[in-house]
Design a protein around this ligand. Structure first.
Ligand code: GDP
Ligand code: MG
Length: 201
């Protein structure tokens, strides 16, 4: 399958959704708790090791980062949430900013939500899934770091989380993913190609 994401380039980063690039074309946002594996997944997808800097200090990336896949097609790295050392007012600000972005961004066609396969559906994860459902956004869940579990437990986590998802966002899809083994890479590409209208052959 052709990978459409290898030419991806950084456009800009901003803490304020109002500073986003022009709201035209199509974009897909990646969301998740700090440390869920978002930067690693973006690096695997784009084949570029340092595209989304793998942050050693979780919670440091407070910016919405925009990347151009090609003209008019973008990937968006949303700031990670759930980092314990962040103050309540910072959390509230994060929530307002992200909720506003998800609700108002016309070119946003879908959200990929990443959760560690060993700790799925924490509070804010469910909140984000709710927003996606309300905003009628395509939603795809990656259960990341699947290499950390044996096949049986990984499948069990997939089935259990898929079932719980039914009550939150019945149209959402879900898969296992590992940036280390690249398991699930093609499945993710297929979803993104479809959402973004890229050729799927
Ligand atoms: N075992 C394993 N570790 C991973 C995987 N993806 C990310 N990690 C590790 O998890 C930590 C956080 O990853 P990162 O991509 O920076 O997460 P982010 O905060 O969501 O951007 C890093 O130490 C990564 O090496 C994976 O698929 N398998
Ligand atoms: Mg990161």
């Amino acid at each position: 399958m052709k990978n459409h994401f290898h030419q991806t380039q950084f456009i800009l980063g901003t803490p304020d959704h109002r500073q986003s690039p022009p709201d035209s074309g199509a974009e897909v946002a990646f969301a998740g708790r700090s440390n869920a594996g978002k930067s690693s997944a973006l690096n695997v997808l784009t084949g570029q090791r340092s595209l989304a800097r793998i942050s050693k200090a979780p919670g440091r990336t407070r910016e919405i980062n925009f990347f151009a896949v090609r003209d008019g097609v973008r990937l968006v790295d949303l700031p990670g949430y759930g980092y314990a050392k962040v103050s309540k007012s910072m959390k509230d600000q994060w929530q307002r900013n992200i909720a506003r972005y998800l609700e108002t961004r016309e070119s946003l066609c879908g959200v990929v939500l990443l959760m560690d396969v060993r700790h799925p559906l924490k509070d804010t994860d469910s909140q984000v899934i709710n927003w996606c459902y309300s905003a009628e956004l395509h939603t795809h869940i990656l259960l990341t770091k699947s290499d950390k579990l044996k096949r049986g437990p990984a499948q069990a986590a997939l089935l259990k989380t898929r079932k719980a998802l039914q009550g939150l966002h019945p149209e959402a899809s879900i898969q296992l993913f590992s940036s280390h083994t690249r398991a699930g890479e093609e499945e993710l590409q297929q979803v993104l190609n479809q959402w973004l209208g890229l050729a799927t052959e």
